[in-house]
Ligand binder design. Structure first.
Ligand code: DAH
Length: 340
């Protein structure tokens, strides 16, 4: 059986078409190039495959079955080339977008930070005292002598005002020397000056004293200041509040003990000890607000009385967490901080 020239050139044309499509697609690096090749080779109106198909009309009837069979084979082969090229460019696009999500890969835990133990302690104290009706208020860290000393009945000659025991700020000689507050009792005065009784507030914040750092001292530390002013307030209320606070904060069985003491702004004054886990620890001072202080802020000591207390935040935090050197709170050693 002789093959006609028309069939010969038809088959050659098909073969060339397949070769051209293969090299075009091999060079196509993205979906856009694949689509362009698709239009060129198999486009419905002017694609090259369509043009070759038209040549079928000039083939002798005897050769038609053979020509048709080859045409379909090549058409299927080209379709396969396109499918492969489309898959390849889609996968490349997904790779550059970060790759498809493989949910079977092990997860990498991202370590989260957390609040500093002192901040955690402050928030916890605020929360516990809040439940007892004490509103949390702030005061400035740079203070004037009136709020840090005078209104608290700390007389000008009192040793607590000594420049060696305070961080006075350098100011013009004529101006009143400001200082970094040495106690949060300043906030008692600020609150009483701006409000009328009944009052229940706590204030937690930084205080500053030029102490040499050791296991129990640091030139900056934090205090919890508590103040309640209501008609008929007694030491019994003070002790109840401190005991409720201590058992909530430390948890379990806590005993609170008062030892007679002296502070210029309370009368009587006490040191507050707490026993927890078989050990007594001094946590701060407290007392009944001195009538002189009530007068200094314009209250009438004949009609209202109040109690106040001041505890060391580092102290209560150290006691609760078993920390025996408060400097650890400020070394910023993440191995220490991570434990809280
Ligand atoms: N401000 C005192 C100090 O820093 C502590 C203190 C004592 C506060 C008695 C009080 C208080 O509110 O009533 O040493």
């Amino acid at each position: 059986m002789t093959t006609s020239a028309a069939l010969e050139s038809f088959l050659a044309e098909l073969e060339r078409l397949r070769g051209d499509a293969a090299s075009s697609l091999a060079a196509a690096s993205d979906a856009g190039a694949v689509e362009q090749a698709r239009i060129e080779f198999v486009g419905a109106r002017s694609g090259r495959l369509k043009a070759v198909q038209k040549l079928l009309g000039g083939i002798a009837p005897a050769d038609k079955p053979e020509a048709g069979r080859r045409f379909n084979e090549i058409k299927a082969a080209i379709a396969e080339l396109f499918a492969a090229a489309q898959d390849r460019t889609a996968a490349a696009a997904a790779d550059t977008a970060g790759g498809p999500l493989d949910v079977t890969l092990p997860g990498a835990a991202v370590p989260l930070g957390h609040l500093h133990p002192i901040t955690q302690t402050i928030r916890r104290v605020q929360e516990i005292m809040g439940r007892l009706g004490f509103e949390s208020v702030d005061g400035p860290e740079v203070e004037d002598p009136w709020h840090n000393f005078e209104a608290l009945a700390i007389a000008p000659e009192h040793p607590a005002r000594d420049p060696l025991d305070n961080f006075y700020l350098a100011v013009a000689r004529t101006a009143e020397p400001l200082l970094l507050r040495s106690q949060t009792s300043t906030v008692q005065i600020r609150v009483m000056e701006s409000r009328r009784p009944p009052l229940r507030i706590v204030s937690l914040g930084r205080v500053y004293r030029p102490d040499t750092a050791d296991a129990t001292h640091y030139p900056m530390f934090h205090q919890v200041e508590g103040l309640l002013v209501e008609p008929g307030t007694t030491m019994a209320h003070l002790k109840s509040v401190l005991r409720l606070f201590a058992s909530s904060f430390l948890g379990g069985d806590v005993r609170v003990r008062f030892r007679p003491s002296f502070f210029p702004f309370t009368e009587p004054s006490v040191e507050v000890d707490m026993e927890w886990g078989g050990r007594w620890v001094e946590m701060g001072g407290a007392g009944m607000v001195d009538p002189a202080v009530l007068k200094a802020v314009g209250y009438d000591p004949a009609t209202v009385s109040g109690f106040a207390f001041g505890l060391g935040v580092e102290r209560i935090a150290a006691r609760r967490h078993g920390v025996d050197d408060i400097r650890d709170f400020y070394r910023n050693d993440v191995r220490f901080l991570r434990q809280f």
